[in-house]
Design a protein around this ligand. Structure first.
Ligand code: SF4
Length: 618
């Protein structure tokens, strides 16, 4: 494939030096090694080896330390290239590349270091460079593309609204948008589609950050058509609804199966306009009826922003949920409102009060509204209202789904599926997924409700709009979030046995800790006597505000917490355990800012092991 200017990155110029640096060549090697160790883990056989220094192969035998206790090598040898203003002159944001494809940042750093030592020449004359571009896109097309719809996010760098709660306000550099014209986005999507292997699930590395509104791209429908020619998979689109006129919805039907998450927020034109800055709120408000008419499944999303007052917002939620039910929405998703310190220096509301009242209100609504209503983060609701966590309790069923048709009701606890005892929510969801996908005609659900066990016969094919096997999940049963898998404990135990650690610091989150403690109480780890596990929760200082999702913790939050913990408790710690999910997004074990998790042990000087686990965004 010919090179084009789609993937260009800037190289920071090395600083001017008045006099030669002491041992600049050793510094050069040190930097090269550090750069490399941010993207590879050296191994000896199958065993991972941690490297913290090097010797040059010459007689002096001097050992040079790689890290200076700050986790990062000195400035002079570490070309950052992390300037979020790389959009200038068409360069892409390297802070974003370090998250999704850190080998690009590696190249930028290497070039920076090399340019500190040599000048490049062309035809006998020095040439200055300030950037580079990817030569052959095919060389970069082996990344995992989790789902076809992810490609759409590369055309989502703009929005036609201005929500008071917009999560993109003050996004960190790595997630900030590389803004391009709609035409350039279309070209990029075409490049991506040409390299997308739908059956293998691979393609060009992603670089979208935190997406805005895909439907605001004037080429959105054309892009969907091109994507549909590449894959038969369900295309999931998040939209604020401003473009959902009947003509657009009819075009969406042509590329079915599609599933829409409509950020409606309110069926009150006044409230939607005030919250989202929508001058024509009636288009989005009418869209549920049209989506129903065209048979397109969708969910309705509401951010519970307490405007103009909490009680008025809750009343409005009841109206919106009833409207969603009338128009056969798959579910209503109620997001507990969040804000970061960048978003606002002063809390815009009392989080505890707003979140608690919303949970109480939604629990009441579930008794009146037939459409399932889920709260995000769901663990907040569970911690607040359930003594036993992680249970396979059904909180709703999708209208006309196999689950609702077989008589599964909210409040029921799934005890067995086809005779297999269900221990927790994650297992129930897995078994229902198998039942939905294995082509069987019927299955048996044993449900505990009101002290009685009830047997229900469920028929996976017995469904109608809005549920469809291609777009629906868990046969239409809706639970309070994903739940925690018991196998995580087994992974934790294996790490402890392999490392032989005795004093172990396990870092969790406010939301997950209660479930984790319950799991550990129910399933002792059986590790050598004397092993002590201390479960602690770092604060999210990076984002600040009321952010409590563990998966949003950054490497610096972990470092700051561990240093403080060691200082304040005077404890000895042999090993630090952290769930892998905060380092999941780009697939390179880096936090959302693109920083490798290994920086934690480089800075605190204690080994860190990740417990492999799925992200828990819900
Ligand atoms: S619709 Fe989404 S991206 Fe657009 S302003 Fe609102 S929250 Fe932000």
């Amino acid at each position: 494939m010919a090179a084009d200017d789609t993937f260009r990155y800037r190289v920071d110029q090395p600083p001017e030096r008045n006099r030669p640096q002491v041992d600049a060549l050793s510094e050069f090697v040190r930097s090269q090694l550090c750069n490399l160790l941010d993207i590879v883990v050296p191994c000896s056989g199958e065993t991972e080896v941690r490297v913290d220094g090097f010797k040059l192969m010459r007689p002096d035998g001097v050992v040079h330390e790689l890290y200076d206790g700050q986790g990062r090598p000195g400035e002079i040898t570490r070309g950052s290239g992390h300037d979020a203003n790389c959009d200038l002159e068409g360069y892409r944001n390297i802070a974003n590349a370090r998250l999704y494809e850190p080998r690009i940042e590696y190249i930028a750093r290497q070039l920076h270091d090399i340019l500190a030592l040599v000048e490049l020449e062309s035809e006998g004359k020095p040439v200055a460079i300030d950037g580079f571009r990817l030569k052959n896109h095919r060389d970069w097309a082996s990344s995992r593309v989790e789902c076809a719809s992810d490609i759409l996010m590369h055309a989502s760098s703009r929005c036609d609204l201005n929500c008071v709660f917009c999560y993109n306000r003050g996004a960190i550099d790595s997630l900030a948008w590389h803004k391009q014209s709609p035409e350039k986005e279309l070209m990029e999507i075409q490049t991506r589609l040409s390299l997308y292997n739908a059956s293998g699930g691979t393609g060009l590395f992603p670089s979208y950050g935190s997406p805005c509104e895909f439907m605001a791209n004037p080429h959105a429908i054309e892009i969907l058509g091109e994507l549909r020619r590449k894959t038969s998979a369900t295309l999931r689109i998040c939209t604020n609804g401003t473009k959902l006129e009947e003509s657009t919805i009819a075009r969406l039907e042509e590329v079915a199966p599609v599933y829409l998450d409509v950020s409606l927020n309110s069926t009150s034109p006044y409230r939607r306009s005030a919250l989202m800055g929508d001058d024509h709120p009636e288009t989005a408000i009418r869209s549920p009826a049209l989506l129903k008419k065209y048979g397109i499944p969708y969910s309705v999303t509401v951010v519970m922003w307490p405007f103009p007052s909490l009680e008025q917002a809750l009343e409005d939620l009841a109206t919106t949920a009833a409207y969603a039910e009338d128009n056969l929405a798959v579910l209503v998703q109620v997001n507990l409102p969040g804000y970061t310190r960048v978003f606002t220096p002063r809390p815009p509301f009392d989080t505890e009060k707003v979140w608690r009242r919303t949970v109480e209100h939604v629990q009441g609504l579930r008794e009146r509204v037939g459409c399932p209503i889920v709260i995000r983060p769901s663990l907040y609701e569970e911690n607040l209202t359930r003594d036993r966590k992680n249970m396979a309790e059904v909180i709703g069923t999708v209208i006309n789904s196999p689950a609702s048709k077989c008589g599964l009701e909210p409040g029921g606890l799934v005890a067995m599926i086809n005779g297999i005892t269900v221990a927790n929510r994650a297992q129930a969801r897995d078994l229902l997924t198998i039942l939905q996908g294995n082509g069987t005609d019927s299955g048996t659900l044993t449900v505990r409700k009101g002290g009685r066990l009830i047997e229900l016969e469920i028929q996976p094919a017995d469904c109608d709009y809005p549920f469809a096997p291609l777009t629906g999940t868990h046969l239409g049963a809706v639970f309070m979030g994903t739940g925690l898998r018991e196998e995580y404990l087994e992974r934790m135990r294996n790490i402890l046995l392999a490392r032989g650690a005795r004093e172990v610091l396990l870092l969790s989150s406010t939301l997950v800790k209660p479930t984790l403690e319950q799991l550990l109480e129910d399933n002792p780890l059986y590790v050598p006597e004397g092993t002590r596990l201390h479960i602690e929760v770092p604060e999210n200082d990076s984002f600040g505000g009321n952010i409590i999702l563990g998966d949003l913790l950054l490497v610096q939050d972990f470092i700051d917490f561990i240093k403080r913990y060691l200082r304040e408790t005077g404890s000895r710690v042999d090993l630090i355990l952290i769930p892998s999910s905060p380092f999941y997004l780009g697939g390179w074990n880096r936090d959302l800012s693109g920083r490798p998790y290994l920086d934690i042990e480089r800075e605190v000087g204690i080994p860190v092991a990740l417990i492999e686990c799925d992200p828990m965004w819900d």
